[in-house]
Write a protein that binds this ligand. Structure first.
Ligand code: ADP
Length: 295
């Protein structure tokens, strides 16, 4: 079983010609509401590729939370350990996208920031081989979950997004870390824009006790580094329409492949393929492909 612990949000997206100035009201264009949040995106991506996913998240007691939960059930996620809190609103992201393709985003994390260590009972970790976490929930909860995984011999994949500093003790317990370029720079001080700098950045993380490093490089592919190999796996060539959630689909596919026994390199190729399909479509969760589309 795969365990994914993380955020759930509702993205509310309005198209606009130009952004309003402070105090200004403007008439925008179309409105779309999409399920999002890194945790939920990764869980749905894994489930669509036939991963056996237990997803632990927290929503508020409101229509956004209810709608998110309906979606998780439809995707076949095991959400028996997810919770609804009356104390916070469900997580939402207010997004405006301008005609030039730029965006402005305000996230109100709400219930996601109330996902506490007490919400993670021992039973949530049973029968799990691999766990996947991101940084859209309290760091304390991530640290607790990673420690618990270590005690229970569960391999942890950490997608350190959104970019944040994390301590060496946490890193020392990670099986595989999957930062993108900006996250790599924040964690190591090195922007991985050449092969040599990718190696240097990965070595810093390996020295801190991470067992394997995969730096995702957008359309340039993935850099894989562990004690056996240092190589770049090229991305699949596609016409990108919307790269939102490329990293989320990559991580969800990656954990599915690893839990099925694929080695790191084959898992990275599988994940690159899933992510490449997702960037050819609009949206976050809605762009995640199903297994038959990869075959
Ligand atoms: P994030 O979305 O977290 O910033 P990346 O942009 O590095 O992450 O994308 C994650 C993975 O998705 C990449 O390693 C690659 O495999 C795939 N990907 C992203 N953008 C493209 C693209 N334009 N074409 C093909 N694959 C892509």
């Amino acid at each position: 079983k795969i365990l994914i612990i993380g955020s759930s949000n509702t993205d509310m997206v309005v198209r606009t010609a130009l952004f309003p100035k402070p105090g200004e009201t403007i008439l925008g264009g179309s409105f779309l509401m999409n399920p999002g949040g890194k945790g939920a995106n990764q869980a749905v991506a894994a489930a669509r590729l036939d991963g056996d996913v237990r997803f632990v998240t927290k929503t508020g007691d409101d229509i956004f939370g209810q709608q998110a939960i309906q979606g998780f059930l439809k995707e076949g996620l095991d959400i028996n350990y997810s919770k609804i809190t009356p104390d916070f609103a469900s997580g939402i992201a207010l997004i405006t996208v301008s005609d030039s393709g730029e965006n402005q985003i305000v996230v109100a994390s709400g219930a996601n920031m109330d996902l506490n260590p007490e919400d993670l009972p021992h039973a949530a970790f049973t029968d799990v081989d691999y766990a996947l976490l991101q940084l859209e929930i309290p760091l304390e909860t991530v640290e607790f979950a990673v420690q618990k995984c270590k005690e229970m011999n569960i391999k942890v994949i950490l997608n350190p997004a959104p970019a944040a500093k994390i301590n060496d003790d946490l890193l020392s317990k990670i099986f595989l870390i999957t930062p993108n370029e900006t996250e790599t720079e924040l964690l190591t001080g090195i922007l991985p824009d050449t092969f040599e700098k990718m190696q240097q950045a990965a070595e810093i993380l390996l020295r801190k006790g991470v067992q394997h490093v995969m730096i995702t490089l957008g359309k340039k592919g993935v850099f894989l580094h562990n004690e056996n190999t240092q190589e770049t796996i090229p991305a699949f060539e596609v016409e990108a329409k919307d790269t939102t959630a490329a990293g989320d689909v990559f991580n969800g596919a990656l954990i599915t492949a690893l839990s099925e026994g694929k080695d790191l390199k084959s898992a990275a190729v599988f994940a690159s393929k899933a992510a490449a399909i997702s960037v050819t479509r609009l949206g976050a969760q809605s762009s995640a492909p199903y297994l038959n589309e990869l075959q």
